[in-house]
Design a protein around this ligand. Structure first.
Ligand code: ADP
Length: 343
């Protein structure tokens, strides 16, 4: 469990004070996968580094597993930090050490007996699928394999929290997916809370339960992945969501809108959950004197819930269109009229 309360982190450069974190309030529940997304410079790294006390807050609190670092002795801080693992974008492996030695390193530092280290490292390498690479050196591994070593090392001390700092940003899409699935497996099998920072919405969509959007040191939006993806509030969140949801009106449809070719009225209908588009539209066409022309549609799944949208043209008398519109509004969908330059 991680709680940030009114967290502020300021840096002073050349006499000027700059707030990298400007009043962060956020709560990460035990067992959650929480994603923090933002553009470069938003403050994500600073935030994650406050969780393992690599950065000391200027003011406010960071409470990790019930402990406020600011109130602990150096020895107590070390003990709390042992329960936090970290995975890095560029893996941070020791090039001169074997895979086995890299994973063993945190245990050696904790002076764990050799026999126990051997048992634990063998288990971890098996878990991350690198049993046959124990004697290999990092330079002979692929990016995905290096990250698996990084993850095994982060798990060595049996943490309850795993921090992932752009853990898949240096990897190709297929490898990214396999690493994300490994993180999901860690979360499910070991009930490890994961806090991950990323600039890729696809990462959030693939495994996170909740998401917070950061901008200029502040959290500007947060909620379940479903909530934020299906109904983003801020322009920044809308921009991030559109990178994966492809909900913009295609150029061909947009041209049709601006050319005045359309005789009817155009609407965008968002469907959530059990409500499905097709039966509703055929019902409308039967019940009212309107023709329904589907111009564009997209349906996807978020956290196991169907979510999609349709752009439809309703043709008919004004009063009939109005009645059809009012009927659609009463269903479990949102509908709004689309204007030529809308997206
Ligand atoms: P992100 O991870 O979202 O890219 P960072 O947390 O790395 O953002 O940085 C947030 C802001 O804080 C940036 O403007 C960065 O230049 C500044 N910053 C980060 N670390 C320091 C530091 N040690 N000294 C001065 N400024 C810093």
């Amino acid at each position: 469990m991680i709680t940030f309360q009114a967290l502020k982190k300021e840096y002073v450069t050349k006499g000027k004070t700059f707030a990298a974190l400007d009043g962060i309030d956020l709560h990460v529940e035990e067992g959650e996968i929480y994603g923090v997304i933002g553009f470069s410079g938003a403050g994500k790294s600073t935030l994650i580094r406050c969780v393992n006390y690599l950065e000391k807050p200027t003011s406010g609190k960071v409470i990790v597993n019930g402990h406020n670092f600011a109130e602990l002795s150096a020895q107590e801080i070390r003990r709390v930090k042992q329960k936090i693992g970290m995975v890095f974008q560029h893996f941070n492996l020791l090039q001169s050490k074997t895979v086995f030695a890299n994973v063993a390193m945190p245990l050696i530092l904790q002076k764990v007996p050799k026999k126990e280290i051997k048992k634990r490292v063998d288990e971890l390498l098996e878990f991350v699928g690198l049993k046959d690479k124990a004697g290999a050196y990092p330079e002979n591994l692929s990016g995905g394999q290096k990250q698996r070593v990084g993850i095994a090392r982060a798990l060595a001390t049996q943490p309850s929290i795993l921090l992932c700092d752009e853990a898949t940003s240096a990897l190709d899409p297929q490898t990214t997916s396999s690493i994300l699935q490994l993180l999901k497996k860690i979360n499910e099998e070991y009930n490890i809370t994961i806090l991950m920072i990323t600039h890729e919405m696809s990462v959030i969509r693939e495994i996170c339960d909740k998401v917070a959007v950061m901008e200029a040191g502040k959290i500007i939006e947060s909620g379940s992945v479903f909530e934020v993806f299906s109904n983003p509030q801020t322009q920044t969140a809308k921009n991030f969501v559109s990178t994966v949801m492809h909900d913009a009106i295609p150029e061909s449809v947009r041209k049709q809108l601006t050319s005045g070719e359309s005789n009817g009225r155009l609407f965008k209908i968002n469907f959530v959950g059990a409500s499905s588009g097709q039966p509703l539209l055929s019902k409308i066409a039967k019940q009212f004197d309107v023709d329904v022309n589907v111009l564009f549609g997209n349906i996807t799944e978020l956290q196991g819930i169907p979510f999609g949208h349709l752009i439809v043209e309703l043709l008919g008398a004004e009063t009939e269109i109005k009645l059809a519109y009012m009927h659609i509004q009463q269903e479990n969908v949102t509908i709004r009229e689309v204007i030529a330059d809308a997206s």
